[in-house]
Design a protein around this ligand. Structure first.
Ligand code: CJB
Length: 841
C-alpha cells in the first residue's frame, strides 16, 4: 500500500488512464501505433506477422486494463480465492479468444480489412502456447476460461517452460521431435521482475533449542534458485473479469550468480551455474499418463509448488487475518499429484517458519487442499524415491514421514486388527529403494478427492483408493465430470455452426448457458435448417481437406465419411485397434466386386497425435498408420473408397480445424482405462457422431444424448479383469479376422514386417493387455453399421442435431460450478452491471 499514489494526486493520474478502444477507428489507431512504434515497422514493411503483433499488442492493452481492475476488485473484496495448481496449461492461441471475450472481433475484422489484412490469416500467425501434453493440460485451460467467465476470483499457477510440447514431424513414416521454442513474439505475458521467490534445494536440517527453550528446525545451506513471476491475463467471456495465470521462470539467484567466480576468471563455471538454475523451467516433460522419476522433474515440482505457496501465503498475510482463517480465504486445487509437495510445503511454512503447532497447522492444510485424480493407470501413478527426496528436500522428507506416522496411528486406532492395512495404505512403499506414493499423500493432505467422470470416480473408490474409502468414509470422495469451454470449442472453432445455432435460439446466450442448446430439438425436422447444418459440416470438411493437402500432400474427397481419431498416442487409447480395422477394411475392399464397391460409403481415416519420445510402442503405431496410408492411398483398386491420413503435429489450433470436420470420431479405449476423455465432448458438440467403448465420459455422453445416437461396442469395464486373466491362464484365441490382418502385416504388405512385430506380438503372444482382439469383432461390425447409417443422410443429420442439443451438461462452466460448490466453497465475485454487458460477436 506504500506504493499507492497519494489521494490528492489521483485525479491527475486518472485523467491519463488509458481508455482502450471500442470502435473500428480506435482499434486501427492502436494497432497501427503498435506496428509503427513498439515494433518499429511501417506500412511499407508490414507482413501478416507484423499485423498479428500489432493487433495482439492492441488487444493485450485492452485486456490488461480489465486485468488491473479485476485484481483491484478482488483485493478489495477480500474474499476466498481459488488457486489452481497445474504443471500443464495447454492454452493454444490467445488472440482469437481475447477478441471474442472482450466482444470486439467484428471491430477487429472490419478494421483489419481496411488495413489490407484478412482476420483469419492474421490469427493464424500466432504460435500455440503448448505448455501441456493432452487432456489434463487442456482441461486446465478450459477451467481458466470458465472460472473467469463465471467471475470467480481464481489464479492459475504453473511453470513458464521455455520449450513447450515438441513439434512433431513425420519422416519416412516415423515421428521426429523438434524443440518447440515458443517465446519469441509472445505478447501474452507480463514479466514481473519485482515478484520473485527464492527457492532452496539440497542442504541439511539443523535442529536446536533456542535461548527461550523453543525447538527450532531450520533447513540450511544448499542451493538457491530464484522464481520470477510471468503473468498471463485470462479474460472471461462476456464479463469484465480478467483473471491471472502466473507462470514461474527459474533463474540463478542474484545473490548466487557467482560474482566471485566471475571476477576470478571462472566465467565458464559461473555461467554453468546460471544455466543449471535456468534449466528448471526449461522444458515440459513430454509424457502423457506416464511418470519417469527424473530428478529434474522433481525439482520442477518443488520449485513451482514452493514459489506458488509463498506467493499465496504472502497475499494472505497482507490481510492480517489469523492463520485459522486461511482455509476461508484460500482453496488450492491439485491438478493430479504433480503439485502434492505443496501440501508438505504449506505444513513446513506453518510449523517451521510461522511457529504453529503440528495439529493446528495440519488442520489448516487439509482444509485448504483438494485433489483431482486423472488416471488409474499404474504407470502414471507418481512415486518418488526416498533417497532422491532426502537429497533434494531433506526437511520435506521428515515432514512426509511425520504426516505418514500420524496417519498410520489413526488407521491403527480405527482398524486395530488389520495389520496388512497399514502396509497397504502407508505413504512409504517398502521397496528397494523405498518410494513415496504421491497419490496417497495427496489424499491424506486434502479434504476432497475427485475423479473426472462417473465411472472413473467409482473405479478409484473400488480399486486404487479402496482402503482410503474405508478409512475416511465415502464422502471424502466425489465426482466432477469434466467439461469443455463452448467459447473455444464451438464458437471459435466452428463460427458458422455457432451462428446458425444463434439464429435459431435468438442470441448467443447459449455460450454462457449451454443447456439452452436443448431448444435445437425443436428444429430436427426443419428441412431448411438441416440443409444448412449439413452445408456447414461440408464446408468444415473442405477446410480440413485443404489442410490435409497442405500438410501431407494427400488429396481427400470431402464427400467421404471423415473418421477421426486425434489424441495422444497410447496403447490404452487403442489407435492400433483403429488401424487394424482400417487394414481389415482395405482387405475387404480388395476382395469386393466392382458392384459391391459402388455400394460402399467412401471413407477417410484420419489420425493425429504425438507419442512420448521414449514410448516405443506408441511410435510403432504411428509408423504403421503411415505405412498403411502409403499403400492404401496409392492403390488404384481402392481409389476414393479409403484414404488413410496421419496429420502431423496435432495441437490445439489444429484441433480447432479437425474437430468441426468430423463425421465420426473414435474414443475406443479399453473399458476402465480412459478416466474421462474430453475430445469426445468437443466432437459431439460440433455435430460429429462417435464410436466408442463404455469408458470414461462416453457413458455419460450416451446417457445425455441417447443410445440411438452413439455407436457403442466392446467389453465392459467389469469384465476386463477376467478377460485378462483368461489371456494368460486360459486358451487365448485371437479373433480370426484380426489374424488375417496380422498375416497381411507379416507378409510385408506395409514394408518390413519386423518393424511391427512388437505391436503384433503384444496381442498375439503377450497377453493382449488392452483387449484389442476381444473387441475387434464388435468394433468392425459397428463400423459396418456406421457405413449403413451414413447412407441415410436425413437420419444422420437428425442424430447430429439431437446430439448437439443434448450436450449442455458438458460445459466446463457446469463443471467449475460443481467444484465451487462441493469442493471450494466459494461464490463468484459479481462485476458491476455496466461492465458485465458486452457486445458479443
Ligand atoms: N490425463 O492427460 C492426462 N495426463 C495424465 O497424466 C493423466 C490423465 C487425462 O486427463 C483428462 C482430463 O481429466 C482426462 O479426460 C483423460 O481421460 C486423462 O487421460
Amino acid at each position: 500500500v506504500e506504493s499507492s499514489i497519494p489521494e490528492h494526486m489521483r485525479e491527475a493520474w486518472k485523467k491519463f488512464s488509458p481508455t482502450g478502444f471500442n470502435s473500428k477507428e480506435t482499434f486501427q489507431k492502436e494497432a497501427v501505433r503498435h506496428i509503427e512504434t513498439t515494433l518499429a515497422r511501417s506500412l511499407y514493411n508490414c507482413d501478416e506477422g507484423a499485423a498479428y503483433s500489432g493487433v495482439a499488442l492492441a488487444f493485450r492493452d485492452r485486456l490488461i486494463m480489465d486485468w488491473n481492475k479485476t485484481q483491484q476488485r478482488q483485493t478489495f473484496a477480500d474474499q476466498k480465492r481459488i488457486y489452481y495448481l497445474s504443471l500443464e496449461f495447454l492454452m493454444g492461441r490467445a488472440l482469437d479468444n481475447a477478441m471474442l471475450n472482450v466482444g470486439l472481433k467484428t471491430v477487429a475484422k472490419d478494421g483489419l480489412a481496411e488495413l489490407g489484412f484478412r482476420i483469419e490469416d492474421v490469427i493464424q500467425q500466432e504460435h500455440d502456447a503448448a505448455l501441456g501434453n493432452g487432456g489434463l493440460g487442456r482441461l486446465a485451460a478450459c477451467f481458466l476460461d470458465s472460472m473467469a467467465s463465471l467471475n470467480y476470483a481464481a489464479w492459475g499457477y504453473g511453470l513458464r517452460y521455455r520449450y513447450g510440447i515438441f513439434k512433431q514431424e513425420i519422416e519416412n513414416g516415423y515421428q521426429v521431435e523438434i524443440p518447440d521454442y515458443w517465446l519469441d513474439s509472445n505478447y501474452w505475458e507480463f514479466p514481473r521482475y519485482d515478484v520473485t521467490v527464492d527457492i532452496q534445494f539440497y542442504g541439511w536440517v539443523n535442529k536446536y533449542t533456542d535461548e527461550n527453550g523453543k525447538q527450532i528446525v531450520s533447513w540450511q545451506d544448499g542451493e538457491i534458485v530464484t522464481a520470477v513471476a510471468y503473468d498471463v491475463p485470462i479474460p472471461g467471456y462476456g464479463t469484465a473479469t480478467v483473471n491471472n495465470l502466473r507462470l514461474w521462470n527459474s533463474k540463478a539467484s542474484s545473490g548466487e550468480f557467482d560474482f566471485a567466480k566471475f571476477n576470478s576468471g571462472e566465467y565458464e563455471s559461473a555461467v554453468a551455474d546460471e544455466q543449471r538454475a535456468e534449466s528448471i523451467s526449461a522444458v515440459l516433460y513430454p509424457n502423457d499418463n506416464m511418470e519417469r522419476g527424473k530428478e529434474l522433474r522433481l525439482k520442477q515440482q518443488y520449485f513451482w509448488c514452493a514459489a506458488s505457496l509463498h506467493d499465496i501465503v504472502r497475499r494472505f498475510k497482507k490481510s492480517k487475518r489469523p492463520w485459522k482463517d486461511f482455509p476461508d480465504q484460500v482453496a488450492i486445487q491439485l491438478n493430479d499429484t504433480h503439485p502434492t509437495l505443496a501440501i508438505v510445503e504449506l505444513q513446513r511454512i506453518l510449523i517451521d517458519i510461522e511457529g504453529l503447532g503440528w495439529d493446528d497447522a495440519w488442520d489448516i492444510v487439509t482444509k485448504t487442499f483438494g485433489y483431482t485424480n486423472h488416471t488409474v493407470l499404474p504407470e502414471a501413478l507418481e512415486k518418488w524415491s526416498v533417497p532422491l527426496i532426502q537429497h533434494l528436500l531433506p526437511r520435506h522428507l521428515e515432514i512426509i514421514y511425520e504426516i505418514n506416522l500420524h496417519f498410520l496411528q489413526q488407521v491403527e486406532r480405527r482398524f486395530p486388527k488389520d495389520r496388512d492395512m497399514l502396509g497397504r495404505v502407508s505413504v512409504v512403499e517398502e521397496s528397494q529403494p523405498k518410494m513415496i506414493r504421491m497419490a496417497y499423500l495427496a489424499i491424506i493432505g486434502s479434504h476432497k478427492v475427485n475423479g473426472v467422470a462417473e465411472l472413473h470416480s467409482d473405479l478409484i473408490k473400488t480399486t486404487i483408493f479402496k482402503d482410503f474409502v474405508k478409512i475416511y468414509g465415502p464422502d471424502k470422495f466425489t465426482n466432477v465430470t469434466n467439461g469443455i469451454t463452448p467459447r473455444r470449442w464451438l464458437h471459435q472453432a466452428n463460427p458458422r455452426l455457432s451462428e446458425l445455432i444463434a439464429s435459431k435460439l435468438g442470441s448467443y446466450e447459449f455460450l454462457k448457458d449451454l443447456t439452452l442448446l436443448n431448444k435445437l430439438e425443436g428444429f430436427v425436422d426443419d428441412k431448411e435448417f438441416k440443409k444448412e447444418w449439413q452445408e456447414i459440416k461440408y464446408a468444415n470438411k473442405v477446410r480440413l481437406a485443404q489442410h490435409i493437402m497442405a500438410a501431407t500432400g494427400i488429396s481427400v474427397n470431402p464427400k467421404a465419411l471423415f473418421d477421426v481419431q486425434v489424441k495422444r498416442m497410447h496403447e490404452y487409447k487403442r489407435q492400433q485397434l483403429n488401424i487394424f480395422g482400417v487394414i481389415h477394411r482395405y482387405l475387404a475392399i480388395k476382395a469386393m466386386s466392382a458392384d459391391e464397391r459402388k455400394k460402399l460409403a467412401p471413407r477417410v481415416s484420419i489420425f493425429g497425435g504425438k507419442a512420448a519420445p521414449g514410448y516405443w510402442m506408441a511410435k510403432t503405431i504411428i509408423h504403421l498408420i503411415n505405412k498403411v496410408g502409403d499403400v492404401v492411398n496409392n492403390d488404384k483398386d481402392v481409389g476414393d473408397l479409403l484414404k488413410v491420413v496421419f496429420i502431423p503435429d496435432y495441437n490445439v489450433s489444429k484441433a480447432e480445424i479437425i474437430i468441426p470436420a468430423s463425421d465420426i470420431s473414435e474414443h475406443i479405449s479399453t473399458a476402465g482405462t480412459e478416466a474421462s476423455g474430453t475430445s469426445n465432448m468437443k466432437f459431439v458438440l460440433n455435430g460429429g457422431l462417435v464410436i466408442g467403448t463404455l469408458d470414461g465420459a462416453n457413458i455419460e455422453i450416451t446417457r445425455e444424448i441417447g443410445e440411438q445416437n452413439v455407436f457403442l461396442f466392446g467389453n465392459l469395464s467389469e469384465d476386463v479383469e477376467d478377460l485378462r486373466h483368461n489371456h494368460f491362464y486360459g486358451n487365448h484365441q485371437i479373433d480370426p479376422e484380426l489374424v488375417k490382418v496380422f498375416d497381411t502385416i507379416k507378409s510385408g504388405t506395409f514394408g518390413d514386417a519386423g518393424a511391427f512385430s512388437s505391436l503384433v506380438g503384444a496381442i498375439a503372444d503377450h497377453g493382449d493387455y488392452y483387449l484389442v482382439s476381444d473387441d475387434f469383432n464388435s468394433y468392425c461390425k459397428t463400423q459396418d453399421l456406421i457405413d449403413e447409417t451414413y447412407k441415410n443422410q436425413e437420419e444422420w443429420i437428425s442424430k447430429s442435431i439431437t446430439s448437439v442439443a443434448r450436450m449442455g451438461f458438458f460445459t466446463s462452466d457446469r463443471c467449475i460450478n460443481e467444484y465451487a460448490d462441493s469442493i471450494w466453497n466459494i461464490e463468484p465475485l459479481q462485476v458491476k452491471e455496466e461492465a458485465e454487458v458486452r457486445a458479443r460477436t
